[in-house]
Every structure is written in C-alpha cells, then in structure tokens.
Design a protein around this ligand. Sequence first.
Ligand SMILES: [Zn+2]
Length: 257
Amino acid sequence: MHVETLGDGRPRYTVVACVHGDETCGWHAFNRLKASDVSLHEPVKFVLANERAFKLGYRFCDADLNRVMPGDPESEQHEVRLAASLQRELEGTTVIDFHSTESRGCPYAIVAGGDAASRRLARSTGLDRMVDMSPLGGGATEHVTGVAVECGYYDDEDAASVAHRILLHFLAAEGLVDRPYARSTPEVYEVFDDAPGRGFTFVAKNFRRVEKEEVFAEKDDTVRRAETAFYPVLMSTHGYDDRIGFKARRAGRVEEV
Ligand SMILES: [Zn+2]
C-alpha cells in the first residue's frame, strides 16, 4: 500500500485508488491532480490500496480486497492482511474510492454503509445515479463515511478522465478547492440480491428495467429469466467469476441533504 498526503497537517479526506489492482483510473486522477496547479484548502490523503496487484496488473493476488474488509493482520492471504491496514488508514476520514469496471452504465456512485453522511457524499460526486449496496454490505467504504465511484471501462483513458473530473467535482463540493460545482440529486438503485452464475452472457442493460420473465443472461442452451422485475446493476459477461452482477430496485432520489 502506498500512502501520500498533499498539503500539510492531518487530512480529513482520503482518496482511494486500486482496491482492485487493475482499475487504475483513480491513480491517474490523483497524479493529474498532483501535477495541476489546483490549490487545496486542506490536506488530502491518497492511498494506492493494492499496490502489489497494481504492479502485477492483477485485480488481486489472493482474495478480492473489496470482499475481505475489514480484514485480519494475522492472515496468510495478502489482501486479508492489506484490508486491516487499509481499514486503519481510512478510519476517521471521509473517503472517496475510485473503481472502473467490465460492466456498462458508468459513471455512477455506490454507497455501502447506508448512513446519511455517505448518501450526502454521493451528491458531491455530481453523478446522477447512486447504487445503494448497503442491504448486501461489503466494500472498502462499508465501515467508514464514504462513497465509491465506478468511472468507466477498466483502465482506458476515458475512465481516467472521468475519474479526474469526478475527483475535482467532489473536492469542490466538499469545499476543498475553489471551482464551480453542482451537487446532484442522484436516482437511487437499491441492491436487493445478487445474480449468481458462471460463464453467462449478460444480454440486458444495466439500469434498464428487466421485466418479470424477461431473459437477462444466456449460456449455451440455458437462459436466466427474471423471477420478478429488477434493474440490473454491475452486470456483465466477464466482470465476475461467480456472479453475473446485482439486482436492484428504484428507490427515489437522494434528497436535498
Ligand atoms: Zn473495482
């Protein structure tokens, strides 16, 4: 794990990149911020979380870091130990955690903790969609006040540019830099179930309603039909080994907070 702070003093905010080592958009966004002449009103901490996987170009080495928080410092597994260090690094700060993805439908915000303070942060991203993962739990931001953002397709240039734009917007909306911003009122997609499966082709569209009985995934001669209507979230053909993605319901907008 690589940690550095821009500015002097004790940071209240932490920017996290590479919880998944092959999702480099947050790393590029941070470096662009560092190289720019934007002046920060207070210090900001930056954490390159899974540095080992990042250097190898892997998502992870032993275990998915996002699924093993808050970890165990005594574990044999790299990511389980790392999760404990990352948790210590994040505690007591407000967190924005950058991801990119195999699935389509970016960019959007994700909250995992379900608390009002984290939902408020989703508004500071300026994004129009927020996925509420709190019913299932998990993720680096579950045990802190924080928001994750899915910026685009893996480590392509566009995801890095989107990440940089979101980072600047977030810092402006939180009062850390002087720039124009417009806090959003994101539509909320509340995750209620995952869609397990291996080797399926996802044939629906993220954030577009799948009706009851509609086919949303196919494999050879098998199809997956919706038992009840849902909105696909983070669904893709190759994104996960063990699941197609998640099922969500619409739950209004994040109110003015
Ligand atoms: Zn990720």
